[in-house]
Design a binder for this molecule. Structure first.
Ligand SMILES: Cc1ncc(COP(=O)(O)O)c(C=O)c1O
Length: 289
């Protein structure tokens, strides 16, 4: 596998060996798992000559940024529903400029789109619907390929992050016996364990769900300091919503026995600019490179 994409981290923690899969380097503009989730949907749409996508997203979502890049670089057009109160965000502004049609809707309509899009009047039958975070029937299949070129026997723990859980389920499907999957998440554990039971066809031998410190999207100064220090020491960028929280957890554990970890870095680095924009430069910027 390409040395630029799979890198070893020099952490000097007894018993710990850790490699990071920089999956965001696999596509020129769709970052990491966003490419994995969209890959087969886009292939299908191109075959069917459907160029309109409808979707839903949070106001700083990495997936929204992926749609914006898609619209900028291809013939696809996208209409995206949001329900967030704050409309002046880095990602929404970027998406609007890129030509994504943003429609602000109320929370009830948003919930219906999330739970039962087919019942929503907002759905355009000439468009292809993609759920929150890029989830579609194709997304898990794409995420099953994330570890395709990794020699899995080198690792006994695989770590990834979860929002919708799609990426982790795809990775779970691709694991062989003896690998322990760690899923770092910010919502209720039952939400993920139920989804895993429903959608993971080939369960890994063991799954541990680790709740991130702090609510989804919440970033404190300590995390900012961690990200900056990590960048200075390793020259690997971490974004504050997923990868930084996961890495901080991994590095703060005690390893009583030799442990070989593969951490999947799913990209979403626009989250750094989004955070910096939201702090209006009052706080320390995240990455100083
Ligand atoms: C960087 C990053 N990590 C993890 C996730 C969570 O992915 P999923 O929604 O598939 O659980 C996302 C969202 O796509 C993301 O942008």
């Amino acid at each position: 596998m390409d040395k630029e994409i799979l890198v070893s981290l020099d952490v000097n923690i007894p018993n710990l060996k850790i490699d990071i899969l920089l999956d965001y380097k696999t596509h020129p503009y769709l970052s990491g798992n966003k490419w994995r989730k969209l890959k087969y949907a886009l292939k299908y749409l191109e075959e069917k000559r459907i160029y309109k996508i409808q979707s839903m997203s949070g106001n700083n979502s990495n997936y929204l940024m992926a749609l914006a890049k898609l619209v900028s670089n291809t013939n696809f057009e996208a209409e995206v529903f949001t329900a967030s109160y704050t409309q002046d965000t880095y990602t929404l502004n970027y998406a609007k400029k890129a030509g994504v049609k943003i429609r602000h809707i109320d929370r009830t309509d948003y919930r219906l789109l999330r739970e039962n899009p087919l019942e929503s009047k907002l759905i355009d039958e000439n468009a292809y619907w993609i759920g929150e975070g890029g989830s579609s029937s194709f997304a898990i299949k794409g995420c099953e390929e994330i570890l395709k070129f990794v020699d899995l026997k080198n690792y006994n723990e695989i770590h990834t992050c979860a929002g919708t859980g799609t990426t982790a389920i795809g990775i779970g499907n691709s694991l062989t016996a003896n690998q322990h999957l760690f899923v770092h998440h910010s919502f209720q554990e039952t939400h993920y364990s139920d989804k895993f039971n429903q959608l993971c066809q080939k369960k890994p031998s063991e799954i541990t769900f680790i709740k991130n410190i702090g609510k989804f999207g919440k970033v404190n100064d300590e995390l900012v300091v961690f990200i900056n220090r990590f960048w200075q020491n390793h020259k690997i960028p971490l974004e504050p919503i997923y990868s930084a929280k996961m890495m901080r957890t991994i590095l703060s554990r005690n390893y009583a026995t030799p442990t070989s970890i593969l951490m999947v870095h799913n990209g979403g680095l626009q989250g750094i600019a989004a955070y910096n924009y939201s702090t209006q430069k009052e706080k320390i910027d995240i990455i100083t490179n």
